[in-house]
Design a protein around this ligand. Structure first.
Ligand code: RAT
Ligand code: ZN
Length: 419
């Protein structure tokens, strides 16, 4: 490791680019699973092409009935999307160009445009091999999953004790139903043997806390997580505020884990598109402000979906050290937004934030989501070092390494108090 200061501007750019592309990453929010979770771990050409981001883009070019699309096999859906987005039109969107980045990095001949060749090549691999290959290619060291005890496929894996076998994967306990669909959550909790009622009684509160505590322990969950609509208000005289104040915060504090809120989604604006039918929505940053102020000892991991909320949220992070902003979420995970957000986050917070998470649903997506973002993070950071250099402040390679390691890895673990 070099402790030498870096002398020339060209060296700064080259060093930052190299380190930005290679620093090991902790991907702190994904929808990926360890191989022990079987069918929940999605990978391969057909899963990649039927990613919900690509489904919604495809329908812009087609008069096809939605029901017709959903009745096709996965392979037929993939062929349909391939034709519309890659053959009939050029794959220039973030999600479509991402698929091309994946093909290239996996060593396929992109120019052949032969989907079946790619399929056949992947069919020779096992899921375990593909997980190793992809993590190595993408430089991903640790992956945080999104875990739901109410999921009938996922639950048995945890109950059998196999959920914690692969040390590269970590759990995050997702609590959406408890906050956003209490009637459904009550039924699920009752099925799992917890003595809860729709009515907000002391017994119900205690049992819901017991559920969360037991599942945090079973999963070794790193944090509690929820996605919220943009009209989330806090404090309010509603179920959500009661659930947060009387159940979630007490459990997070007892377990010493952060609470992650992803705010600003409007679910199913076009239900025919299913998972692809969700929309972004402006949110009220003052809900986060109120949480951070009321619970100074509680850590909050926050991301928001509307571009319009990003600057205010970043300013708020200057006011509360118990607030860690993370990632460019979903519709913001496009190159122009990643660049804009990364630049003003660094300008307002230095390196004390988590610039990106992948939100991957299909394993190979790690390759493109991180490659595209690493490049931008490197460019933004290099420009800042170059400016310092012009003022006579010279950075060492070690310092560049430290800064990138903070942003891509350590800030998350430090915030959790786990390093
Ligand atoms: O990014 C996505 O794939 C979305 O569908 C959501 O899963 C979102 O990231 C979430 O975690 O709610
Ligand atoms: Zn997500």
């Amino acid at each position: 490791m070099s402790t030498q200061t870096i002398a020339s501007l060209a060296d700064i750019k080259a060093t930052v680019d190299r380190l930005a592309m290679s620093t090991p990453v902790t991907d702190m929010h994904t929808h990926l699973y360890a191989p022990e979770f079987g069918e929940l771990l999605l990978w391969g050409i057909d899963e990649l092409l039927t990613y919900h981001y690509l489904i919604s883009e495809s329908f812009r070019w087609s008069e096809e009935e939605y029901s017709q699309f959903w009745s096709m096999t996965k392979r037929e859906q993939a062929d349909w999307i391939w034709k519309l987005l890659f053959i009939d039109h050029s794959p220039v969107s973030e999600a479509a160009s991402g698929f091309i980045t994946i093909l290239k990095r996996l060593g396929f001949d992109v120019s052949s445009r032969n989907l079946d060749d790619y399929r056949q090549a992947l069919a020779k691999r096992t899921v375990e091999q593909q997980v190793d290959t992809v993590m190595q290619l993408a430089g991903i060291e640790k992956i945080v999953m999104t875990n739901d005890p109410f999921d009938p496929v996922e639950r048995p894996v945890w109950l059998s004790g196999k959920g914690k076998t692969d040390a590269r994967f970590y759990a995050a306990l997702r609590v959406d139903a408890l906050l956003n669909d209490w009637d459904h959550a009550v039924k699920e909790l009752q099925n799992l043997g917890y003595d809860v009622q729709a009515e907000w009684s002391e017994r119900t509160k205690a049992e819901t806390r017991r559920f969360l505590s037991e599942w945090i322990t079973r999963m070794d969950a790193l944090y509690l997580a929820v996605s919220m609509p943009g009209d989330f208000e806090y404090p309010a005289d509603d179920h959500r505020s009661k659930m947060i104040d009387e159940v979630m915060i007490p459990v997070c504090q007892a377990k010493s884990i952060p609470f992650a809120l992803m705010i600003g989604v409007r679910r199913r604006v076009n239900p025919s598109l299913r998972l692809a039918g969700d929309m972004s929505m402006l949110s009220d940053v003052s809900a986060v402000e109120a949480l951070c102020r009321r619970y100074p000892e509680q850590k909050f991991l926050i991301t928001m979906l509307a571009r319009e909320n990003q600057h205010e949220l970043t300013v708020l992070a200057r006011k509360f050290r118990n607030l860690m902003i993370f990632g460019c979420w979903w519709f913001l995970h496009i190159e122009s937004m990643v660049e804009e957000m990364t630049r003003f986050r660094i300008e307002l917070l230095g390196t004390s934030m988590i610039p990106q998470h992948s939100d991957c649903r299909v394993f190979e997506q790690l390759i493109y989501k991180w490659e595209h973002s690493r490049k931008i993070i490197g460019n933004v950071l290099a420009a800042k070092y170059e400016k310092l250099h012009h003022s006579g402040w010279t950075v060492t390679e070690e310092e560049i390494k430290r800064d990138l390691d903070d942003m891509l890895n350590r800030n998350f673990w430090r915030f959790l108090g786990k390093e």
